[in-house]
Design a protein around this ligand. Structure first.
Ligand SMILES: Nc1nc2c([nH]c(=O)n2[C@H]2C[C@H](O)[C@@H](COP(=O)(O)OP(=O)(O)OP(=O)(O)O)O2)c(=O)[nH]1
Length: 318
């Protein structure tokens, strides 16, 4: 069997990260006419990042000035098995197809929150498009400490801040609330979230998730270990601590993983957290978006992304 082909692909973002670029493969290439993320094969001796910068210069005439690793995917086509690394590109100089010639047949800016308006898309890219629509912030409820009314008021204020940008994903945790209180809280959270276009996942309770009309299920690490196949919800994610758990979440084709604790947290100040280098190592080589958890706050988002995080999950810091 021929060697795996390494490919760097760029998810170019503009308009505060709300839009991304798709490009149409030109005549003469395999899958001509299909839409893809710009990029191409890594050359001998070249790093993934260098390949990405070179390809975007050759194919579009632009110079990348800021990019971070995001997702990895292996896919077997009839012509080759490819190992794709998708990077988010957030800044560049030059103008696409103006500062240099455009090799693609066409380019098109697409909205993250909507289905693409162009087709066909390269077969390997389906999960990547879904990952693009995953919010980059998760808010985790902690009504057990604050009380449900205080949490709802805080959530309402927080969701207002997101008007005009992609709303956060909300995880309803609060496992110790009495069942009837948890049900009522879940119903109120779903109503409020949906009024603002936000998604809700319920921690470890599929029946409650269905009853309250939530968008999905969040599996604890224990539930992840016991799960044999992806639960039947639009959105499913899991809490992970090890590289093995992140890999398992990927094998089950879940939509995201939370990985941490990265830094010490107010509730466990004695636990140093795994730190950013270990976060990057444990999330590496995975096809699902990984959000950093533990001691997170808005000011750490750029650091998280530089270490390959899809975004950040906030328990106390929201
Ligand atoms: N650029 C890019 N390639 C992708 C994506 N998704 C996907 O499956 N691929 C596959 C298609 C190809 O098999 C391979 C990329 O090879 P390519 O032919 O575009 O590479 P290249 O630009 O270096 O082309 P060439 O010099 O060999 O003509 O990766 C994607 O989103 N972007």
């Amino acid at each position: 069997m021929s060697a795996v082909v390494r490919v760097a692909a760029a998810v170019m973002l503009r308009s505060d990260g709300r839009e991304f670029l798709l490009a149409q493969r030109p005549e003469g290439k395999v899958y001509a006419g299909y839409w893809e993320f710009p990029g191409g094969k890594v050359e001998a001796g070249e790093s993934m990042r260098d390949a990405l910068v070179r390809e975007l210069h050759e194919e579009m005439g632009i110079t990348v000035t800021a990019c971070t690793p995001w997702l990895t995917r292996r896919f077997t086509y009839p012509h080759a098995t490819v190992h794709l690394e998708f990077w988010r590109v957030t800044a560049w100089t030059g103008e696409i197809g103006i500062t240099g010639p455009l090799e693609h047949a066409a380019v098109d800016w697409q909205e993250k929150a909507k289905s693409p308006t162009v087709e066909p898309i390269l077969p390997a890219n389906g999960p990547i498009l879904k990952a693009l629509s995953l919010p980059e912030t998760m808010l985790i409820t902690h009504a057990e400490g604050d009380g449900t009314q205080a949490q709802l008021a805080r959530l309402a204020a927080r969701l207002k801040q997101h008007e005009g940008s992609l709303p956060p994903l909300i995880q309803l945790r609060d496992k110790q609330l009495p069942a009837n209180e948890r049900q009522a809280f879940a119903a109120a959270v779903v109503d409020l979230a949906h009024a603002h276009g936000a998604l809700v996942v319920i921690n470890d309770d599929a029946a409650l998730a269905r009853d309250c009309g939530a968008d999905g299920l969040h599996l604890s690490a224990g539930a992840l270990a016991a799960t044999q196949q992806r639960p039947d919800f639009a959105w499913v994610g899991a809490s992970c601590h090890t590289a093995g758990e992140v890999a398992r979440a990927g094998e089950l084709e879940l939509d995201y993983a939370l990985l941490g604790p990265v830094l010490p947290t107010p509730t466990h100040p004695e636990h140093p957290g795994i730190g950013w280098d270990e976060f990057a190592a444990r999330r590496a080589d995975n096809g699902i978006p990984v959000l950093a958890l533990g001691g997170m706050q808005e000011s750490l988002r750029a650091t998280a992304m530089a270490h390959g995080a899809h975004g950040i999950a906030l328990m106390r810091g929201w």
